[in-house]
Ligand binder design. Structure first.
Ligand code: BGC
Length: 418
């Protein structure tokens, strides 16, 4: 049955981006390379041979991008803060000029009535950290804490909510900005068993544990979930030392969920460690090839709500790759993305009707941007960017439809979808 989608008063409507994907300004004002600069400049790594040197040039065009968000009537903007802009070298010195950029950005957002939701770290690890062992070297915990501390000290007087990684990030924010809310964004693949067979259901649970709960459980519950047929072997590979599990445990004020697609999982004994395989589903495909299954958003929201004690949840990313560009009329009629957004917002409203505490939604992404290994070939933006020309921005049909729903425009959801 179709029901009208409604959203609670104060529900936060936003858009999300990440630093490396939009900023450009590779070496501006003291920034050094991240692992994505070095990777993109390695021949053969990026599908279209591109890199992030200029990207959307958001570093210089942020006032225009903020004006677009304001024009759409959005409430909030989630962006990430480039670690190598803030701490460019192994000596650990803080680059004040790099922080100045985020200072200007935050002030401009607040002036435009948009609430900033900064994310500390979105894949762009400084090259100097990678050269010293990166995530595999325990010193990274202290290096990350120092970066978080520098950022929070500089911007903390204007930020209500921080998104971080690791317990060390939570500690750094709580120490430097005791009044702020802290969360993290977890990328999840909502999981469906391939059949009602108990073996498939158990395999799907292992997949959920390995893909989704693996990163959340140690932090909020202090233990890894049962994700492998042989958990002793899996944990034995991880070099967990006395005190690690205690140090990892922390408390979040909110949980961020990123969702793009779903996984259908079957039991498969030929995979000795995990005992599972993924199967294809019948939904339509976004241009990246991922299956579109809007009811998955309701399902993952209910799962997280039930498993983690009814937390405050934000959808920190959700979006659709759709390459549609300007047509003869100059407008961008991205019908697939419109369909994607309508379906997912509807199923989110359904979860809210069912009692899940969803506080906000950030569409991925505000702008077409550097889609990692796919370069500029996959476009996730609600705003088209002319990468072959002058980087002009053109809000797409999806941006208008999203703004319309955010402003209370009519939308239905199907309450029979699973
Ligand atoms: C990442 C984004 C990326 C998107 C689409 C998300 O998991 O956070 O940076 O653009 O996936 O691939």
């Amino acid at each position: 049955m179709l029901r009208p989608a409604t959203f609670p008063a104060g529900f936060l409507w936003g858009a999300a981006t990440s630093a490396f994907q939009i900023e450009g300004a590779r070496h501006a004002e003291g920034k050094t390379d991240s692992i994505w600069d070095t990777f993109a400049h390695t021949p053969g790594r990026i599908a279209d041979g591109s890199n992030g040197d200029v990207a959307c040039d958001h570093y210089h065009r942020y006032p225009e991008d903020i004006a677009i968000m304001r024009g759409l009537g959005l409430d909030a903007y989630r962006f990430s803060i480039s670690w190598p802009r803030v701490i460019p070298n192994a000596d650990g010195a803080v680059n004040a000029a790099g922080l100045d950029f985020y200072d200007r950005l935050v002030d401009a957002l607040l002036d435009a009535g948009l609430t900033p939701y900064p994310t500390l770290f979105h894949w762009d690890l400084p090259a100097w950290v990678a050269e010293r062992g990166g995530w595999a070297d325990r010193s990274v915990i202290g290096w990350f804490g120092a970066y978080a501390d520098a950022v929070v000290r500089r911007l903390g007087d204007r930020i209500g909510t921080w998104l971080v990684i690791h317990a060390e990030g939570v500690r750094a924010v709580r120490a430097a900005a005791p009044g702020a809310a802290v969360g993290a964004a977890w990328n999840m693949d909502v999981t469906y068993p391939a059949s009602d067979d108990t073996a498939d259901i158990a395999a799907a649970e292992r997949f959920h544990a390995r893909t989704n709960a693996w990163y959340l459980d140690p932090l909020v519950r202090g233990a890894y979930p049962t994700a492998y047929l042989d958990m002793d072997a899996a944990l034995g590979r991880m070099d967990i030392r006395p005190g690690d599990m205690e140090a990892m445990r922390t408390e979040f004020d909110l949980i961020g969920l990123n969702l793009y697609s779903r996984a259908i999982v079957a039991h498969d004994p030929s995979d000795a460690l995990s005992g599972m395989r993924r199967e294809q589903g019948p939904g339509w495909r976004q241009s990246f090839g991922w299956e579109v299954w809007p009811a998955g958003l309701r399902r993952i929201l209910r799962r997280v709500d039930a498993d983690y004690g009814h937390p405050a949840i934000y959808i920190t990313e959700n979006g659709c790759a759709d390459a549609t560009g300007p047509g003869p009329d100059g407008a961008v009629h991205d019908a697939d993305r419109v369909r994607y957004i309508e379906g997912h917002l509807g199923q989110m409203a359904r979860a809210i009707d069912e009692g899940v505490d969803v506080r906000g939604y950030f569409a991925w992404s505000l702008l077409d941007n550097f889609e990692w290994q796919a370069g500029y070939e996959q476009r996730f933006g609600m705003v088209w960017v002319d990468f072959d020309g002058d980087l002009r921005r053109v809000p797409k049909d999806s941006a208008r439809r999203y703004a319309e729903i955010a402003a209370g425009g009519a939308l239905d959801y199907d309450d029979a979808l699973e």
